[in-house]
Write a protein that binds this ligand. Structure first.
Ligand code: ASP
Ligand code: MG
Length: 463
């Protein structure tokens, strides 16, 4: 059989009742056999996440939740499936799936607690409803399509709840065995199955990662990610109207940009594809639906050109905890105790920058207060001061060869200094190919503009 392409349609592709039709038009552009991976309809995962908290105390919320989801699904079915018989069959199948969800929610209410295994199962229903509706719509229009659940395919994880990793070797074995000869399979994203058969979510936004893992396991020709925006840009066009499209990125550049806040791809998407050299192609469903024109192609080659920078991005979801004391940088064991204390509270450290007298721990903004408490509890003798810093943004300029030239660092930082932007922390080279620095939130847009002007708006500065 010809190599398959794995296509992923995300929550932003399931925003309105017209959405499924647009997806069908996109699918019609392909001539090869496909595996389509889908996310939940827009907003549904958040709605379920809040709902399972509420139902623990309030039984009536179960009916309300099911009714709200049902209404959205029925509207989408009515709009997408014209054939009466298919439409009725789809109502019934969606009804069954909602009944299952209803039973799990009631279970949570009566037990009064929410075991991880049940939480992950409940949250997977957003994706399961999308895959069912899309499969039925495709069938009603004559496509040779079938739904394939991760449990049937064998997308195996490491067994961790809520943000599992995929076991690539095991999944490849099973998916290779289980995938049949249909022209199209539709897979709900966002979860895999533990070796014991439990449902494990792959982390928020994780259906990109499921799609990538499936692309690897199926030996796909490419992973096509459909969005409702124009792929990667030299900066966020909402802040920098001069931003230009970025037609090519290396895997590493795409991963760094995602990590530092570009929301086009989940940061783990490149991980399964790197060593197989399976390209990622980004498409916009809002633009041309008469031809397959990728807006950005991501692969193992480093794009050529005179500009070493690809894109500047930022994230507001960063806070820093500065831990000061004479000798924290030289005394053994301090960093170890800090990281252990944070790990025990389930706090993820994004990065650490140390000097002789201070350790700077980068965290998600929401983890700052708990981190201060965790470290105070340690009563570390060498530590004289804890300085939590919030209301900051991290700005990252990304490009594989950005830091190859020693003078490059100066080019990046000097204009910012000249224009009076204060940067409490600058890191050039901690991540290869990424220069990042911290600015106060109010300086964020100005700093982005200065960088963008210097790297992307000069004569001949093609991305
Ligand atoms: N629906 C899930 C989420 O919102 C997974 C995804 O969208 O990729 O996190
Ligand atoms: Mg998503």
């Amino acid at each position: 059989m010809e190599k398959r392409i794995v296509c992923k349609f995300g929550g932003s592709n399931f925003k309105s009742r017209e959405s499924v039709r647009a997806i069908i038009e996109a699918v019609e552009l392909y001539r090869q056999p496909l595996i389509i991976v889908v996310s939940a309809f827009y907003g549904i995962t958040n709605y379920l996440t809040e709902g399972i908290e509420t139902v623990q105390n309030d039984e009536s919320h179960v009916d309300e939740l099911i009714a709200t989801i049902k209404e959205k699904k029925m509207e989408s079915i009515d709009f997408s499936i014209e054939d009466e018989a298919y439409r009725r069959e789809t109502y019934a199948l969606v009804g069954q799936r909602l009944d299952e969800l209803n039973r799990y929610l009631l279970g949570v209410h009566y037990i009064g607690e929410l075991p991880h295994s049940v939480k992950d199962r409940i949250l997977s229903y957003g994706e399961r409803l999308s895959s069912l509706i899309l499969t039925k719509t495709l069938q009603s229009r004559g496509f040779d399509a079938q739904e394939a659940l991760p449990e049937d395919l064998g997308l195996i994880t490491d067994g961790e709840y809520s943000s599992a990793s995929v076991d690539f070797a095991e999944s490849e074995k099973r998916i290779g065995r289980n995938l049949g000869n249909r022209q199209i399979y539709v897979v709900p994203g966002f979860y895999g199955i533990s070796p014991e058969g439990q449902i494990n979510l792959l982390g928020r936004g994780g259906s990109d990662y499921s799609a990538a893992a499936i692309a690897r396991a199926a030996g796909a020709a490419s992973l096509d990610i459909w969005k409702d925006v124009d792929g990667y840009m030299t900066a966020n066009p909402k802040i920098i109207p001069e931003a230009k499209p970025v037609p090519a990125l290396s895997y590493r550049e795409a991963a760094e940009l995602s990590y530092f806040g570009a929301s086009i791809l989940h940061p783990r998407t490149v991980e399964p594809l790197l060593d197989r050299n399976i390209p990622i192609r980004i498409f916009n469903i809002e633009s041309d639906r008469t031809r397959l024109v990728p807006l950005t192609i991501i692969d193992g080659t480093c794009p050529e050109g005179s500009n070493p920078a690809r894109s500047v991005t930022y994230s507001d979801d960063f806070a820093i905890l500065r831990i000061t004391g004479p000798g924290v940088g030289i005394k053994g064991g301090v960093l170890g105790r800090i990281t252990t204390a944070l790990d025990q509270r389930g706090i993820n450290i994004k990065s650490v920058v140390t000097s002789q007298t201070s350790i700077n721990v980068y965290l998600a903004a929401g983890d700052l207060t708990a981190s201060v408490a965790a470290i105070e509890e340690q009563k570390l003798k060498t530590v004289t001061r804890l300085t939590p810093m919030d209301n900051i943004s991290i700005i990252a300029l990304v490009g594989e060869s950005l830091l190859e030239h020693p003078d490059q660092a100066g080019h990046i930082v000097a204009p910012l200094v000249r224009e009076g932007i204060r940067m409490p922390i600058v890191s050039l080279g901690a991540s290869e190919g990424t220069a990042y620095f911290v600015v106060s939130r109010e300086d964020r847009d100005r700093a982005l503009r200065i960088i963008h002007r210097n790297f992307f708006e000069k004569e001949g500065a093609a991305p």
